[in-house]
Design a protein. Structure first.
Length: 223
């Protein structure tokens, strides 16, 4: 009887902690040094295991304290973020943004997108180079910390935008809403160890490691 109680107690506690920790830190789809020399190993390690992990832990704490968030997906939280605390907004955004960002990077990058996405970029921005310039300008001119985005609007159009801090275009509080298909983190923790205050150099490096296959997949899903 004592053993059954012990096993039951363990099972209940395990279930409790599983429910209390709905969000987890995703593994990177490549090694920390795989994006060298563009993104360095030390920055990638700290960025993933410290910064992103902190957003996940803090989000789980905030969710545990908010009954209305129980069982909601990260996307459901973001699209009604105005209902929740700043802690939920900052950490839900931080978790979503970084989870997306990691998938958009690859050590085996194509130099250009292909197919329908490339056609749409050319149609919308005039050329791929014009798109690069506009996206880079959005990243360079974001004051302080934030993100640059390529999104699909509700009308199905491509648009470049940026957000402050850990906000993103899925959030109910942002001015320009849409589905993100490309993102660039311009918080200093993303680049300062290698590039110091040279954000434009970091942005230039980003083009060398974009996973255009993943961007294309997200474009097709959003359309």
């Amino acid at each position: 009887m004592k053993k059954k109680f012990t096993f039951l107690t363990i099972a209940v506690l395990s279930s409790f902690f599983s429910c209390a920790q709905p969000f987890t830190l995703p593994s990177l789809p490549y090694a920390y040094d795989a994006l060298e020399p563009y993104f360095d190993e030390q920055t990638m390690t700290i960025h993933h295991t410290k910064h992103h992990a902190s957003y996940v832990n803090n989000l789980n704490t905030a969710v545990a304290a908010t009954i209305a968030l129980k069982g909601k997906t990260i996307e459901e939280i973001l699209t009604s973020i105005d209902k929740y605390s700043p802690a939920v907004r900052n950490n839900a955004g931080g978790h979503y943004n970084h989870s997306l960002f990691w998938t958009l990077l690859t050590p085996k990058a194509d130099s250009l997108p292909k197919g329908p996405l490339m056609n749409e970029i050319t149609k919308t921005f005039g050329s791929f180079e014009a798109f690069k310039t506009q996206f880079a300008d959005s990243a360079k001119t974001r004051f302080g910390s934030g993100w640059a985005w390529l999104i699909i609007t509700k009308e199905g159009k491509l648009k470049i935008t940026s957000t402050a801090n850990q906000d993103n275009p899925l959030m109910s509080v942002v001015k320009e809403k849409g589905t993100p298909i490309l993102a660039l983190d311009v918080w200093e923790h993303a680049y300062y160890l290698k590039y110091q205050n040279k954000r434009p150099d970091y942005i230039t490096a980003f083009w060398k490691i974009i996973n255009w296959t993943e961007v294309q997949k997200r474009y097709q899903a959003a359309k």
